[in-house]
Design a protein around this ligand. Structure first.
Ligand code: CP
Length: 309
């Protein structure tokens, strides 16, 4: 079985490792969670979230419970753990690491999960750290693309929206950089363009990419996947006028889908706040809800691998 100590940064995975995770997730999905259930019966899991979440928190929690683990969670650790009294993340991990076998951590600071992992007390799953990384999301994204299109190699993938603050798109770029002949089109206003460090990484990996402000330039069928993202209001607290200006600049709706062409998958890490209209939810090209469901099985697979069961 794959030897994995922590899940911190998508760059730690290569295609062979991903295949192993996808194989396990596939078996778990086929049994809708019943396959190898309760294999974590002896394990204790802390789910520690300092930032809001629906999908990542519920899917980790459900994954652990389906596998039989004993789960204790905080959905607002910033307010309801001793962080509110000034306790450091390091001390929190030192304490919980002695009680639990695995900690799933979402934190508002980039690098927080790595700091927790560097203590080497307990396996850490990074469930999103500030604008840094979201590796479990990237794994479920790649698995979703593979399930929909059969391969990653040779695909043309557009990433749209808030590429500056979006940890999902950053982590997805890190994984796509591991495949062959992938091409990425970044679609964003200048204010939320992809950061240079990711572009440097893609260049180093030989991944072709281009940048445009035009969503319409993807029409018709210029890409295989459109990965839409939300303009993240929470990162524009001191620039509300910028947020208002760019909000709603890219909306995938029925008229857009009518011009898009067949065979182009629409993905979104969710939540959405208007950038994909619900009238396309039943379009077979819209796979964002399957994408969210896939997260359950990827997270079950990761827990089994990290805990060697
Ligand atoms: N995709 C994602 O991370 O969603 P949540 O913030 O709801 O977990």
């Amino acid at each position: 079985m794959l030897n994995l100590k922590h899940v911190i940064d998508a760059r730690q995975f290569d295609p062979a490792m991903m295949e192993e995770i996808f194989f396990s997730a596939d078996l778990l999905a086929k049994g809708k969670g019943r396959y190898q259930r309760k294999t974590l019966r002896e394990q204790r899991m802390a789910i520690l979230f300092y930032q809001p979440s629906l999908r990542t928190r519920f899917s980790h929690s459900l994954a652990a419970k389906l596998l039989g683990a004993c789960v204790v969670e905080s959905e607002n650790a910033r307010e309801f753990s001793s962080a509110a009294k000034g306790e450091s993340l390091e001390d929190t991990i030192q304490v919980l690491g002695r009680m639990f076998d695995l900690i799933v951590l979402r934190h508002y600071e980039a690098g927080a999960a790595k700091r927790a992992a560097d203590l080497e007390i307990v396996p850490i799953i990074n469930a999103g750290d500030g604008p840094g990384h979201h590796p479990t999301q990237a794994l479920l994204d790649v698995w979703t693309i593979k399930k929909a299109l059969g391969t990653i190699n040779g695909l043309r993938i557009a990433m749209v929206g808030d590429l500056l603050n979006g940890r999902t798109v950053r982590s997805l770029c890190y994984l796509l950089g591991k495949y062959k002949d992938v091409e990425i089109v970044f679609v964003s206003p200048l204010q939320t363009a992809m950061k240079q460090d990711v572009k440097d990484y893609l260049t180093e990996k030989g991944v072709r990419f281009s940048e445009t402000e035009s969503l319409e330039s993807l029409l018709p069928s210029k890409v295989d996947v459109i990965y839409q993202t939300r303009i993240q209001k929470e990162w524009f607290a001191d620039q509300p006028e910028v947020y208002e200006r760019i909000l709603g600049c890219y909306i995938i709706n029925r008229p857009f889908m009518d011009q898009l062409g067949q065979g182009v998958s629409i993905m979104h890490p969710l939540p959405r706040v208007g950038e994909i209209t619900p009238d396309i939810d039943n379009d077979p090209r819209a796979i964002y809800f399957q994408q969210a469901e896939n997260g359950l099985y990827i997270r079950m697979a990761l827990m089994k691998i990290l805990l060697h069961v």
